[in-house]
Design a protein around this ligand. Structure first.
Ligand code: ADP
Length: 212
């Protein structure tokens, strides 16, 4: 049997990966896997992984590769991973990318490109509905009034932490764009517009590049 074929959604923190991943998953049929969400679940349920990861996440540092790679290996064993997955927020280091290549074929890397200045503003105003996972913004996408009281602000969505997360991205993650570009699988998308604008560009690039 051949290796499964997976898609990577790539970009800095706050680029809109979580917002666009539902659409991409719907179009491609690939289940979405977010290492950030997996880690936050582990932190909330205080598992061994969660306890270790929490310190790094609160500081805006990357969680060590070994922890992440173990999570991904476990995830790929599940039945729904057979024909590949949509990875959001993974890989974030060269070691993670090399590991992933041994586990599945990465056939497309959608890269959401957003300038740093926009990111700080987006992330500090970001709020999530814990019931539905829907992502809102205090200015750009306010939640309906009845939902507002239950919205949560991620504890790592503060200005200082965002600057550290951006630094981690530029130092450790952005070199992966070149790694994937050399293989001809990188598809850059302008992620600086509105959610709807970006969704249109995402759909178009899937039509042009996805052979599922
Ligand atoms: P964002 O991309 O908006 O920063 P995520 O939810 O993807 O948010 O990640 C939150 C935090 O979880 C990161 O700052 C990092 O500490 C940790 N994390 C998530 N995915 C990875 C990964 N693949 N490798 C290392 N750390 C990770």
């Amino acid at each position: 049997m051949g290796k499964s074929e997976s898609i990577v959604l790539f970009g800095p923190p706050g680029a809109g990966k979580g917002t666009q991943s539902g659409l991409i998953s719907q179009i491609t049929g690939k289940p979405q896997v977010s290492t950030g969400d997996m880690l936050r679940e582990a932190v909330a349920s205080q598992t061994e992984v969660g306890v270790k990861a929490n310190d790094y996440m609160e500081k805006g540092l990357l969680v060590p590769d070994k922890i992440i790679i173990d999570l991904i290996r476990m995830r790929l064993l599940r039945e729904d991973a057979k024909s590949g997955l949509l990875f959001d927020g993974f890989p974030r280091t060269l070691a993670q990318a090399v590991e992933l290549d041994g586990l599945t074929n990465v056939t497309m890397v959608l890269s959401l490109v957003v300038p740093d200045e926009d990111i700080v503003n987006r992330i500090t105003g970001r709020r999530t509905d814990p019931h539905t996972g829907e992502i809102y913004h205090v200015v750009h996408r306010p939640a309906p009034d009845p939902i507002k009281p239950r919205l949560v602000h991620r504890s790592d969505d503060t200005e200082d932490t965002v600057r550290n997360r951006l630094k981690s991205f530029h130092d450790q993650t952005s070199p992966l764009a070149e790694y994937y570009s050399e293989r001809g699988v990188l598809v850059p998308i302008d992620g600086s517009g509105s959610m709807e604008d970006v969704s249109k560009l995402v759909k178009q690039s899937l039509i042009n590049n996805f052979r599922g």
